[in-house]
Write a protein that binds this ligand. Sequence first.
Ligand code: FPP
Ligand code: MG
Length: 338
Amino acid sequence: MNGMTQEPTHSREDRPEALLPELADVEEVIRRLLAPGEPCLEPAAAHALRSAGKRLRPVVFLLLAKALGQRPGVAHIVVAAVLELCHTASLFHDDVLDRARVRRGRETLHTLRGNREAVLYGDHVLAGAFQLLADLSRPDLVALMADLVRRVCAGEIKQWSRRGRLLPRQEYLAIIAAKTASFFHTAGILAGRLAGLDAAHAARLGCFGENFGMAYQIGDDLYDIVAPPRADKSTGRDSKAGILTLPWICLRDAHGSQALRDLYFKIDGKDRARVLEDARMRAALRESAEIAAGLLREGAAFFEELPQSPARDALAALAEDLRAKIMRFTTGKGPGFP
Ligand code: FPP
Ligand code: MG
């Protein structure tokens, strides 16, 4: 085993959960917003409450706030919950668009309740999140969140408009920056704003978030290719939709379009195992993982400007966990990706 695949070595004390008792309050805000106001919403709300994720966006946001020396108050708790609720809404929509049947080990909302209800419930959650934010009487925060949602949607539209095309690497990176990394980018800016930083300093935190989010999506795209059958989420969705993700782009850049065609169209068929063992494919997976690792390294440079603190250590540990997990995907031994 070489250095890139070693397990992270940090201790339990720098785990985010240990540092963030506020997450219980965030959870309560989320739970209250998702609680159905009327009986027709009950099935969707019950599903949303059952299939909670790891709350990664609130965790990153609250750790950044603490790394800035803030003691999270009501505004932090609400903003953390709003980030998670907007993300939740986007996943209800995304699973309809991607026809994904499983997420977080459960059947998706549209699989259980149909597309109409999944889309409308996603809209309902999104509007509720903005209502919470509006109650803080901070129009600047509302504007940042609205801008985030617009960027995410634009990223999704761009990705769809480029399906079936030989996507240049820069365009892929721009798409994942918009559709996924914007959440983490905005989390950084929001943490900076609430700490009273000027725009330039808040932007530095946004850069950390953006790099983290891009690495996260590259990990997700790797998992879409290498995940074992019956994974905890629907995979193989990208190749089925004709979406070219980073490993395929690396493969094409190194070996040309013919090699891409040879392997891309076989990944979901009986030759899947052979495609995953192909030396060109393995090199492409590896190169993608190295790009993600590079983004995480670059992102760390931004928050290392902050004073040393347990919250900063926890952010470093989070980034290191992500890097190690992504690297394991390239060895074919990785566990489930979030
Ligand atoms: C996951 O990508 C999807 C996103 C990161 C964004 C989805 C956004 C929309 C559908 C637009 C609606 C937005 C809002 C805020 C209501 P993926 O499909 O590559 O990842 P996956 O494997 O987790 O599905
Ligand atoms: Mg999807």
